[in-house]
Design a protein around this ligand. Structure first.
Ligand code: HEM
Length: 434
């Protein structure tokens, strides 16, 4: 049994213009998911000849990761740098309207592309939510929409702030790991920082677990029960460490403001028609906001342990995979195609392996139980406040007022608690009984 622990004028298209370099937002290195084995940090191939092309092992981040874009992209960086002030003074939209339309094709390499995605995501979010929920817009202006679309296409990511951006947003400042900070701020910066930093700490705690997945699959292929047992022990320990890292959400400096972090234009009553990306599509497009449901980690664990969620939950989680960097998606799919661990443990008749497998399943169910506690505390309380009209004023138009979507639905459109509980319960059902 598992025990829970604790409208805008049209502008002409220009190429990148020369511009004095924007000030560095935060010095240091950004934590980022770096796709592609070319970086030399890719996970070992699960099966001979197969390249997963995913390097979650790149966490903690490589020192060369960028925190600013090349000088021609100064207009983006200057706005990003000033977001809290521009939003608070209701001047962000007019600044965006004056921004030149820069082409994304001069961005070099994935690091610059990821940073550009992060910067354009934040400008977009600020642009849409400058006046709060009642003052959202239906059209993202061309000078922002087109480069955002181009960058997103190049990365295989949707044109919206997603989990991969959250992780790329954090930069450790010296000394490494003792001081973590975000590259870009929004109103409510302290609470947003807390949300994002805890997310990063949870992902960092997961790294040995991701490595253990690769070892476990190799061990199954080689019928090496000793190595498989060790890998499962490491996986259970990593999941336990993720729960401990999640508990840091209770620290006062880490308390999140959900109104800032959960911005979506799909299934959101504040933006029922979605968003027109001017110059990209005449039809409005709908995208879910950033959620750790888009993190590769739990998808990978579920696939390894053979957890089978309900049809509705699976459909949502499968959709969330479209918000992952493509190499991460490919990694999860590769685990899915690998020889099934559960079946291997069952047919081995090895009680020690079964116990180690069950410890992993229980640790995962316990993580999900603890996450429900966190969500209950932050979202339910915030949603109740919104309903009662008792929201506290914050330091920006959107602060202190939870999105109406949270009163009845999850950011992904599923009822939050029934979804989370269903996913937790189906995890528990993954235990192999003696
Ligand atoms: C106060 C902080 C948090 C809140 C309010 C929160 C809220 C939510 C919500 C509403 C969902 C449902 C899916 C959606 O609507 O997008 C969700 C899913 C999820 N969250 Fe969080 N979350 C928080 C922190 C975290 C952290 C730090 C992690 C770990 C990195 C995390 C991991 C997940 C995962 C993996 C899912 C998918 C469901 C599952 O696989 O169990 N959450 N979260």
């Amino acid at each position: 049994m598992c025990v829970s622990p604790p409208t805008c004028p049209r502008r002409s298209v220009q190429g990148p213009i020369s511009h004095p370099s924007a000030s560095v937002l935060r010095r240091g290195t950004a934590a980022e998911c770096h796709p592609g084995p070319a970086q030399g940090r890719g996970l070992p191939s699960l099966q001979r000849g197969v390249q997963p092309g995913c390097s979650l092992t790149a966490l903690p981040p490589p020192p060369s990761t960028k925190t600013e874009l090349p000088a021609p992209y100064g207009p983006w960086m200057e706005i990003a740098h000033d977001l809290p002030q521009l939003i608070a003074s209701h001047r962000l939209r007019s600044h965006v309207h004056q921004m030149p339309q820069l082409s994304a094709r001069h961005l070099r390499g994935r690091e610059e592309l990821h940073l550009a995605h992060l910067v354009l995501s934040f400008i977009t979010m600020g642009y849409l939510w400058q006046e709060g929920e009642e003052g959202t817009v239906k059209v993202l202006p061309q000078n922002l929409a087109v480069p955002f679309w181009e960058v997103s296409q190049a990365l295989g990511l949707p044109p919206i702030l997603c989990h991969a951006d959250f992780v790329a947003l954090v930069t450790p400042v010296w000394p490494l790991h003792r001081n973590l900070d975000t590259i870009i701020s929004l109103p409510g910066a302290e609470s947003l920082r807390g949300f994002i930093l805890v997310t990063l700490l949870v992902e960092k705690a997961a790294v040995p677990g991701i490595k253990a997945i690769v070892q476990a699959i190799h061990a199954i292929l080689q019928l090496d029960h000793e190595t498989l047992h060790k890998a499962l022990q490491e996986l259970a320990e990593a999941i336990g460490d993720m729960t401990k890292a999640l508990a840091r959400m209770h620290a006062p400096r880490y308390q999140p403001d959900c109104s800032v972090s959960l911005c979506s234009w799909k299934d959101n009553p504040a933006m029922p028609g979605g968003l027109v990306y001017e110059g990209v599509s005449d039809e409005p497009l709908a995208y879910s906001g950033g959620s750790a449901a888009q993190s590769t980690v739990l998808h990978a664990f579920d696939e390894l342990l053979g957890i089978r969620h309900s049809e509705e939950s699976s459909a949502f989680l499968r959709r969330m995979r479209q918000y992952m960097p493509p190499p991460h998606r490919a990694f999860v799919e590769e685990i899915r195609r690998a020889p099934p661990l559960r079946q291997h443990v069952l047919s081995s008749g090895d009680a020690r392996l079964r116990a180690a497998f069950n410890r992993c399943v229980c640790a995962l169910a316990d993580f999900r139980s603890y996450h429900i506690t966190i969500v209950t505390k932050y979202i339910a309380v915030a949603a109740a406040k919104a309903k009662a009209g008792r929201a506290e004023p914050g330091d920006g138009p959107a602060a202190g007022k939870p999105p109406s979507a949270l009163e009845t639905k999850g950011t992904g459109g599923s009822h939050i608690f029934s979804f989370l509980k269903s996913v937790r319960d189906t995890t528990r059902e993954g235990v192999i009984s003696a």
